[in-house]
Every structure is written in C-alpha cells, then in structure tokens.
Design a binder for this molecule. Structure first.
Ligand code: PGA
Length: 255
C-alpha cells in the first residue's frame, strides 16, 4: 500500500493566495511521485479553492461536525463530502486541548466521516514525554472513540499516533519521538484494535505517525517505525521540506 503523507496546515497560511501557491507545489510533488499518496488538509475557508487545484493529491479536512442543520458555526459532513474531501482529521490534540473535544464527541465525528464514505484520520497520543502512560491513554482513546464500529469500518480508519509532547509547537517539545518508540506504539495500537475487532479486520487499519516530522526524520518512521505514513504539521508549510518528505516516502515504497 502507498505511504500516506498528510499535510495538516492547521490555521495557516493567512491568505488564499499563499494557500494556492502551497497547494500547487504539493500537487506537483504528488504528481511526480506515484508511490506516495499525498493529502492536503487546508483550513475550511480554503477547502474549495485548494481542492480545485488538486488532482493527484487528495483533499483533506482538519475537523468535522457530526451533523448538519441547526448548529451555528459547525461544518457538516455533507459540506465536506460535496467539496470532494476524502480524508478528515478527527480528534487532533489541538482540538482536544483548545476546543474541549472529548472521546465521546470524537466517536460521533468518526461515525459521521464513515457514514459519508470518507476516511477518518483519528489522532491519539499521550500528553507528556515521560511517565509510561502511552498505553493507558491511547488505549482509552481508541476504546471510546471506536466503540460500536463494525470491523469492516477499519478500512476507513487511519490511526495517527501523535504524542502531544512531540508536536513541533508543544511547550515541552524537544523534537519527535524515536522510530523505536513509534514502533512500540504501533504494536500497542494494533493489539488494542485486535482485541476490539479481531486480527483480520485490524490488518485493514493504517497507522501513521505525527509530531515534528521533517525531511531528516521521515524515513526512520516509515522503515524502523513501520508506519504506513506521516501526518505533517509545520514542515508541510515549507514547499521544499514537504517535497523532500514526499520524495523520501516514495523511495521507501520502491525498495
Ligand atoms: P508538527 O505537527 O509536524 O508541526 O509537529 C503535527 C500535527 O500537529 O499534526
């Protein structure tokens, strides 16, 4: 399967013009390299215009509301679907921390994504670097947010392991985790999915890594870390860095 490289632009850049220039560069990289699947998740106001510039790269959204109708300010699954969104990031730690999202809300959002036949990039991860609490926190996040899903739904789930302390903007950040610990997290995530959905269905779920991914670190996560892809924040706003990340991923697949 192709490596999945997802650009999470967060609330950047400031203007549509800059967003379009970034999107054109990402599209060029995605077109040159067929072995990596590139997804661009711009802020909501740029979704439609960025989407119109992409053909090889896929369109992603950074969040979703679980329903349409009388909910001021929310963005419904129907809206995203009608704009050609294929992937939706759900439960990012910045939404858990700054918007008070709970695992129960995240569960509803995941259902909405699946119902509209999009793929959910479901973010999990522990908050502090030391303490060994990854299994307890990640286990709870998965058990609550994926409760009630049918095993075959795992085809539409990408679990993004993002240790919160490793995200480039985190206060205590000292850079990414190691490929080894990402690998251990992957095993733990798989074990949890197997206990909920069985081994066969778990093979369909993809597990990716996010947190300070750069051109220098991406290969380690995709090889030693055995990750199916990466979720890239800061480095996705730098055309050259993002291009290098995509090329690096594409080369690994060819080996
Ligand atoms: P980062 O962000 O690559 O800047 O650490 C990743 C993310 O928050 O998804």
């Amino acid at each position: 399967m192709k490596k999945l490289i997802i650009a999470n632009w967060k609330a950047h850049p400031e203007t549509a013009r800059k967003a379009h220039s970034l999107a054109r560069a990402a599209e060029k990289t995605a077109s040159l390299r067929g072995n990596a699947e590139v997804v661009i998740a711009p802020p909501f106001p740029f979704l439609e215009s960025v989407g119109s510039l992409l053909s090889r790269a896929r369109l992603g959204a950074q969040d979703i509301s679980w329903t349409g109708g009388d909910y001021t300010g929310m963005v419904a699954p129907q809206h995203l679907k009608s704009l050609g969104v294929r992937y939706v990031i759900v439960g990012h730690s910045e939404r858990r921390i700054h918007a008070g999202e709970t695992d129960a809300m995240i569960q509803k959002k995941i259902f909405a994504v699946l119902q509209y036949d999009m793929k959910a990039v479901f973010c999990v991860g522990e908050y502090v670097r030391r303490g060994g609490d990854m299994p307890a926190i990640v286990g709870d996040q998965i058990k609550t947010a994926l409760a009630g899903l049918k095993p075959q739904a795992l085809k539409q789930i990408i679990v993004a392991y993002e240790p919160v302390w490793a995200i480039s903007t985190a206060a205590e950040s000292a850079g990414p985790t190691t490929p080894d610990s990402a690998f251990r997290a992957r095993l733990y995530i798989e074990k949890t999915l197997v206990s909920l959905f069985g081994a066969r269905a778990t093979r369909d779920a993809r597990v990716i890594y996010g947190g300070s991914v750069t051109p220098d670190t991406v290969a380690g996560f995709l090889t030693d870390g055995a990750m199916d892809g990466v979720l890239v924040g800061g480095a996705s706003l730098d055309e050259k860095a993002f291009g290098k990340i995509v090329r690096s991923a594409a080369e690994i697949v060819r080996c």
